[in-house]
Design a protein around this ligand. Structure first.
Ligand SMILES: *[C@@H]1O[C@H](CO)[C@@H](O)[C@H](O)[C@H]1NC(C)=O
Ligand SMILES: *[C@@H]1O[C@H](CO)[C@@H](O)[C@H](O)[C@H]1NC(C)=O
Length: 367
């Protein structure tokens, strides 16, 4: 009898112990971003005008129903996380999110229309800017600390991988739109300086909150998104917009490198896929695409269509289009962008020791 009890207690202790060890060893991701990384936050914002909650968003993902992603399949962060062998974090506003899920999978705070600046995207009425996303992250930390204690929580957040992918909206839905004050207040150089300075403060805050391993995604040639092209009379890419992306990338790369060298134990990396996407847009056939200037999902001849809706028509082969809608790349293009970033970040799969293109090379988007 006594012996059995001791054994039972030992078993219980082992189970409890391994659960606590689980907190220590589990590496999860915390993702901050805009519509390129949103996995359902805006879907829960009742007044947001930027939503991917109608068909045909998500048609090549899981059950094919809209899931909050602003594309037909996976986001770049999905594909990179898969390649790192990390679970896909749920949206912060997912009604099922609880502490156990956070400890298992991390959290994604990305929100369509959100920017580095608070004022960016105000046109969409409701969105989570980076400042707000960081506030929510602090709330998440409090929740986890309450659940597993201060020391374990500290370890959990230090071991996590962080992704920061913002900036496009600060140009497209702020600086480049004359309805925003920032477009009058700044010039190209001072606006990029303002963005980089703000981003630097935000990354330092993340470091103070425990982020050690962090990736910052740069901008693509955003002057070539279908919406920008249709706004130019010739239908060509807007070179001024592309130059802004290049100058942001250059300054952000330098800033992130500097932070990584000076902040204690920081492993911060910057990567962009500008050159590859630029080449894909100029030479789509070389990469297996047939269209790089218009959205796969469009509403007849009416351009810009602004969003993909059930009444829209889809291109015949979604894997042949670089762009899914007026703003966002297709799953296939996201896969190319992710592959390029994986190369730039130079990371290895934690459990293999060799770069693992395998999940990123999967033939179709799935869950
Ligand atoms: C955003 O707003 C908050 C709260 O009003 C403020 O503390 C913060 O400095 C602002 N951040 C930026 C980048 O403007
Ligand atoms: C937390 O860590 C500190 C310092 O490492 C240690 O002194 C303390 O006992 C730990 N607390 C718990 C509850 O484990």
């Amino acid at each position: 009898m006594g012996r059995l009890l001791v054994t039972l207690l030992a078993v219980i202790a082992t189970i409890l112990g391994s659960t606590i060890d689980g907190y220590e060893s589990k590496v999860v991701q915390f993702i901050f971003g805009d519509s390129l990384s949103d996995v359902g936050n805006n879907e829960q914002l009742p007044r947001s005008l930027a939503k991917a909650n109608l068909p045909w968003y998500g048609i090549d993902f899981g059950d094919g129903l809209p899931n909050g992603r602003f594309t037909n399949g996976r986001t770049v962060a999905d594909i990179i996380g898969d390649a790192m062998g990390l679970p896909r974090p749920p949206a912060f506003l997912d009604p099922n999110l609880d502490e156990d899920t956070i400890l298992e999978k991390g959290v994604n705070y990305a929100s369509g229309g959100g920017g580095i600046l608070n004022e960016t995207g105000s046109y969409f009425i409701q969105r989570l800017c980076f400042h707000k996303q960081l506030e929510l992250f602090r709330g998440t930390q409090d929740l986890i600390t309450y659940k597993i204690g201060k020391n374990e929580s500290r370890k959990f957040f230090r071991n996590a991988a962080y992704v920061v992918a913002l900036g496009a909206n600060d140009f497209i839905n702020n600086y480049l739109m004359p309805v925003y004050g920032d477009s009058w207040k700044y010039n190209d150089q001072t606006f990029v300086d303002y963005l980089i300075e703000t981003l630097e403060g935000q990354l330092k805050l993340l470091h103070r909150l425990g982020a050690r391993k962090l990736m910052v995604f740069g901008l693509g040639p955003m002057g070539c998104i279908p919406l920008q092209r249709v706004l130019s009379t010739s239908g060509d890419c807007q070179e001024k917009t592309n130059d802004l992306a290049l100058s942001f990338n250059k300054a952000a790369s330098k800033m992130v490198e500097q932070l990584s060298a000076t902040l204690p134990h920081a492993n911060f990396k910057f990567g962009d896929a500008y050159d590859v996407v630029d080449d894909v847009i100029k030479n789509p056939y070389k990469y297996g695409f047939t269209n790089s200037d218009s959205p796969c999902c469009s509403f007849g001849q009416i351009r810009p269509a602004l969003t993909c809706i059930p009444a829209s028509t889809l291109c015949k082969d979604r894997s042949k289009y670089v762009f899914w809608d007026e703003y966002h790349p297709s799953d296939k293009a996201n896969q190319m962008i992710a592959n390029e970033l994986i190369k730039k970040f130079g990371f290895l799969r934690a459990d293999a020791g060799v770069p693992s293109p395998a999940p990123a090379m999967a033939p179709s988007a799935d869950d």
